[in-house]
Design a protein around this ligand. Structure first.
Ligand code: F6R
Length: 369
């Protein structure tokens, strides 16, 4: 059942190109328009929405953080992302014009379920993004957009995360389409790019051997930090979560701009710091800023592990280790930049002798609050 792989996690990482393609299948027509028939929430309700609230836990929460950038950019609807476990305890402001998106691989996470029940009681419409057919969260939601990752067995989420991103991008684009936002050309470019993204994920997977070797060489370390900006920030959080749960290492993700507000004090000689670099095209201000962040930490002794687009030469002088990813539109970059972080965590777990598919103290589906 592991299809020749040592672990389900390795199999599921390798399945990501297909998972991504399957999640797109039948949802974009020949003219590049989104056809999300499953989103059985009337267009009038989608047009009237004045706020989007995403609720999720763990890795699904990170997908939500990334979705926020896409949703706000393409729809101009304000979007909040909240840990499901915090949501209903703080008297959140919800109403009939609030669209809630509940993201869950299993569809059974109790925190997310309780948050969605609370949202519906307050009159909000709830749309589930879920990987498990007929599970509780989609059954209790107003509509569901399924991710088609196929069964995910390893406790650490990989392919489900990528498909959650794809589903959220589709949803954001669809909302933009329904509401007629001004990003028409950009939306078409993104749709075209999404259609190719499975191949790009495949290309990343083919170049992972140096990442594995690097992971093995760091197996004795206690701490790894992750930095990112824009959508690279939630990617950094996800990279750190993977490392905690699989390698049992102290790992933290930071927004690179926050460095000077505290975390830079953690930098010491030979501390591995993974930096997710935004595209040098388009939002180049962001790119310049992160290059100076890399310089700053390296000047203080950090061992920099830089994840950057092919053709990004500005980072080369400051990268102790350079991991190349294909050039993608900024908002889609997490689909390719997350993959090396998954491989990194999986290999570190193996090198440290940990149980990859069943990390200690964790369960695949968390059905208690
Ligand atoms: C991390 C991981 C967990 C889950 C979280 C939510 O690799 O697997 O953080 O993402 O428990 O689970 P679902 O998506 O099933 O609601």
């Amino acid at each position: 059942e592991k299809g020749g792989y040592d672990y389900f996690m390795l199999k599921e990482i390798a399945e990501q190109p297909k998972a991504v393609a399957d999640t797109l299948l039948g949802r974009i027509d020949g003219a590049g328009r989104l056809t999300l028939d499953e989103v059985r929430i009337p267009d009038a309700v989608l047009r009237a929405a004045d706020k989007i609230v995403i609720i999720a836990c763990g890795t699904a929460f990170h997908a939500g953080l990334i979705a926020k950038y896409a949703i706000e950019h393409w729809t101009r609807i304000p979007c909040e992302v909240e840990l499901a476990s915090e949501f209903r305890y703080r008297d959140p402001i919800l109403g009939q014009r609030t669209l809630v998106i509940a993201i869950s691989q299993s569809g059974e996470t109790m925190d997310t379920l309780m948050a969605l029940r609370h949202a519906r009681e307050q009159g909000a419409k709830v749309l589930a993004v879920c990987n498990t057919n007929g599970s509780t969260i989609p059954r209790e939601s107003d509509a569901v957009l399924y991710t088609h990752a196929g069964p995910e067995v390893a406790v650490a989420s990989t392919k489900a995360f990528l498909t959650q991103l794809v589903a959220c991008y589709l949803l954001a684009l669809y909302l933009g389409q329904v509401r007629g936002t001004k990003w028409g050309d950009e939306i078409h470019a993104v749709v075209r790019e999404l259609a190719r993204i499975g191949d790009e994920v495949e290309r990343v997977l083919e170049t992972m051997e140096p990442v594995r070797a690097l992971a093995r060489s760091l197996a004795h370390k206690d701490t790894v930090l992750f930095l990112g900006r824009h959508v690279g920030y939630p990617v950094a959080l996800e990279g750190a979560l993977k490392l905690k749960e699989l390698a049992y290492m102290h790992a933290e993700g930071f927004a690179a701009g926050e460095l000077k507000h505290g975390p830079i004090a953690l930098i010491e000689e030979d501390l591995p710091v993974v930096v997710v670099v935004p595209s040098p095209r388009g939002r180049s201000v962001l790119h310049d800023k992160i290059v100076s962040n890399i310089q700053e930490i390296r000047a203080r002794g950090a061992r920099t592990i830089v994840i950057a687009e092919e053709g990004d030469e500005a980072v080369v002088p400051y990268a102790d280790h350079l991991v190349r990813i294909p050039a993608t539109p900024t908002l889609l970059q997490p689909l390719v930049s997350t993959v090396p972080l998954q491989v990194f965590a999986c290999e570190l777990a193996t090198a440290r002798g940990n149980e990859v598919d069943q990390p200690r103290n964790l369960a695949k589906s968390v059905t208690v609050e």
